[in-house]
Design a protein around this ligand. Sequence first.
Ligand code: FAD
Length: 446
Amino acid sequence: MSTSNPASFLREAARETRVLGDYEVVVLGGGPAGIAAAVAAARGGRRTILVERYGFLGGMGTAAGVTNFCGLHANVAGDIRRVVHGIADDLTGRIDRLGGLSAPHLVLGRIHAQAYDTAAYKLAADDLLLSSGAELLFHALAVGVLADDAGLAALLVETKSGRGAVRGRIFIDCSGDGDLVAWSGAPFELGDGCGNMLYPTTMFRVNAVDPARADWGTIPRLMAEAEATSGRRFPRKSPIVRPQKHASEWRVNLTQVSRPDGRAIDGTDAGDLSRGEVEGRRQVADAFAFLRTVPGFEEAYIVDIPPQLGIRETRRAVGEYMLSDADVLGCASFADTIGVNGWPIENHVAGDVVFRFAEPGSRGFNHLPFRMLLPLERDNLLVAGRCAAMTHLGQSAARVSGPCFVMGQAAGTAAALALSGNVVPRAIDVGRLQARLARDGAYLGT
Ligand SMILES: Cc1cc2nc3c(=O)[nH]c(=O)nc-3n(C[C@H](O)[C@H](O)[C@H](O)COP(=O)(O)OP(=O)(O)OC[C@H]3O[C@@H](n4cnc5c(N)ncnc54)[C@H](O)[C@@H]3O)c2cc1C
């Protein structure tokens, strides 16, 4: 399929588009950022809708089978602490009450992550969203925007009941791909500027693992031996093969999906995505055949290949501040902090994953500034999550779930404050935003 042949266009007839509703806050995307943004805006008393193309929430966390929260914790001078609270607590508490949350586990001997069951995440997120008073529009693929003199006016969606427009006063782009930023004409970046994005992964989970004999720590060595002795080739080093809450079920994060030219699949290109889905599943079959040779996995079977290829990075807004790798490694502080990121640089390069941590003994987290939620040139648009204003390497850290919850809660709260003060988001009093976030349980890192 060609997605870029400029000679092939058809002209459609102009048409009337049905208005589906009028809202004060319109959130695009139901991943960690979108969930937190919609809940915060609705709790702030604003008529809020969250628009999502799938029939469930969680974003990459469910749709791409991530099944593991990173970035809820930081290594603060050797002491690993939970540093992301607020709406993230409301969600993880609900997942836990459903029996779907694992205890935190150690990653690379330095930081905690926390696995969860996708089914529990979906149930918990529905409950959290609806109890906040936000409305949900599922199975609605956003396809464009309409603007007027006041800025963005409506989000255009395609649904099974036809095309529609969702009108709003403030829009929050939590699409992960910066769709709203791009459609509104605001500036954005794609990858590192040389066509390189973090590589995607097709996740999968296996069941019927014998937990008494399976040892995730041996898998890198067994992969190297398999390459040396059987000629098997793995697309990347640094596999993550770890147990879920129920010890016979393990998640497998070891594929790496690239284009024929070796660069990462572009998650904003339909042709790339189509080829990437097929290639990702092919790699799953290969990886599974290897796993069956690993002690404890002989009887394992694939219990889930998630709905989509896991996309780590596409567009990132150019905002009033671009969070960088220097900020992450230097544990930067900002006067307009909205919360913190404690996850290290996690760069998915060709054939490997390269981690870089802040110095041992350091504070172990950087502040996330409000300015990274403010795209340039558009006044009634905020952006949160993995498409917020970050450099390529800054995003490799702050794209994980914990900081996405932080950004989402701040964006939703900022939208509510802007509406109550009748100002644009970039004009709100940041001190009031911080006080509101702290009141609502967020940790600002100060
Ligand atoms: C393979 C893989 C492994 C990862 N491992 C971890 C991990 O272990 N721990 C961790 O914390 N993080 C991990 N991450 C990162 C993390 O999952 C994501 O970066 C995070 O989910 C980003 O959250 P978000 O809300 O910004 O966007 P997303 O989670 O991408 O959510 C965006 C949402 O918007 C919806 N959407 C997008 N465009 C449209 C549209 N046009 N119309 C309607 N809906 C739309 C999508 O369906 C999706 O639900 C991993 C990511 C990948 C890909």
